[in-house]
Design a protein around this ligand. Structure first.
Ligand code: ADP
Ligand code: MG
Length: 321
């Protein structure tokens, strides 16, 4: 199969799947029309076989995930998804694999009305890079640096499920495909709607990709404040509690990663507004702590200080020494 055949057969679709595309796949580059008065929000994320997923990972899930992790970043900015590009590195072009990959990718793309407008297709180790573009009303992006002291800290859903699954797989274990914890790893649901609703409500937002104990301090650091969080308030799924036990579930929720939930702060004046928008969400936000002026993130378990385990994964730990 030639590169142009792959693109034509699997990735080029009839125009009309996304608004604002003056010129889509097929030319040297795409030409896009942002809505008047809006700013563009751009993000990119790569998934590499062996690093982020097993080489035999189901292709439909891989298609979904490669877009989902980028939609999660747009959600954390309060952006409306608009367009994306897809760079595929494939060891070989296999029709069944490509069909399933494209099905998983476009099912999620269609649900969020985001259109594929270009990309690149090369032979190489299995890897997928998506660049996603969204938009916000000018000045309206949700950022990490807007939180103040005396605010509540929330997360949009249970943490640690995906990390449990990835850890099982990485250790050579099997996870049944009909397991709720498998779904949380293989089919993460980006919180796009929640991100849009948080415009004008949240003071700061970050999406949880590296684990709460890594990502929340990034938000706090950007905002120049600190926080007190109670581990008893972490949302943990029943499935995770049952499989991992309470202590391990907590550790995975803090340091596991791959959650793709949003973590955000809300000042007291906006608490009623949060309650109002959240009634329409599939899961209710959980308050896990409060911000304070003194920098640093303090974790408490039964009122005593708790040290979260080190993140399970750091790409470049040990390099450059
Ligand atoms: P060029 O050599 O000019 O970069 P390519 O032959 O790589 O062009 O790509 C031709 C067209 O197909 C371009 O519009 C490019 O954006 C698009 N394209 C290539 N690979 C993909 C892909 N995996 N998904 C979507 N569009 C793609
Ligand atoms: Mg090219």
């Amino acid at each position: 199969m030639r590169e142009v055949d792959i693109i034509e057969r699997y990735f080029r679709r009839e125009a009309g799947s996304a608004a604002g595309v003056s010129l889509g796949i097929g030319d040297d580059a795409a030409v896009l029309r942002p809505p008047p008065g809006e700013e563009l929000v751009v993000t990119t994320d790569s998934l590499v076989a062996g690093t982020h997923f097993a080489p035999d990972h189901p292709p439909d899930s891989l298609g979904h995930r490669s877009l989902a992790v980028n939609l999660s970043d747009l959600a954390a900015m309060g952006a409306q998804p608009r367009w994306f590009t897809l760079s595929l590195s494939l060891p070989l072009a296999e029709a069944g694999w490509l069909t399933a990959f494209a099905a998983g990718l476009f099912a999620l793309a269609d649900r969020h009305a985001i259109g594929l407008v270009g990309g690149d297709t090369v032979r190489g180790p299995l890897a997928v890079t998506v660049t996603a573009i969204g938009s916000v009303p000018a000045g309206g992006a949700l950022r990490r640096d807007g939180a103040g002291p005396g605010e509540r800290i929330f997360v949009t859903g249970p943490l640690g499920d995906a990390a449990w699954t990835w850890r099982q797989l990485a250790a050579g274990g099997a996870v049944p495909r009909d397991d709720a914890l498998w779904a949380r790893f293989a089919w993460p649901e980006p919180r796009v709607r929640e991100g849009l609703d948080l415009r004008g409500v949240a003071s700061a937002v970050i999406d949880l990709s590296d684990g709460l104990a890594t990502d929340l301090p990034r938000l706090l650091g950007a905002s120049g404040i600190g926080a007190d969080c109670e581990l008893e308030r972490l949302p943990l799924s029943t499935a995770l509690r049952r499989r991992a036990g309470e202590a391990e579930a907590r550790a995975l929720a803090l340091s596991g990663g791959d959650d793709y939930e949003l973590c955000f702060t809300v000042p007291p004046a906006k608490w009623p507004a949060l309650e109002a928008v959240a009634t329409a969400w599939p899961g209710q936000p959980a308050c896990i702590g409060e911000t304070r002026a003194t920098p640093g993130c303090r974790w408490l378990l039964s009122g005593a200080p708790y040290q979260p385990p080190l993140p399970s994964f750091e790409h470049f730990a040990g390099d450059g020494r």
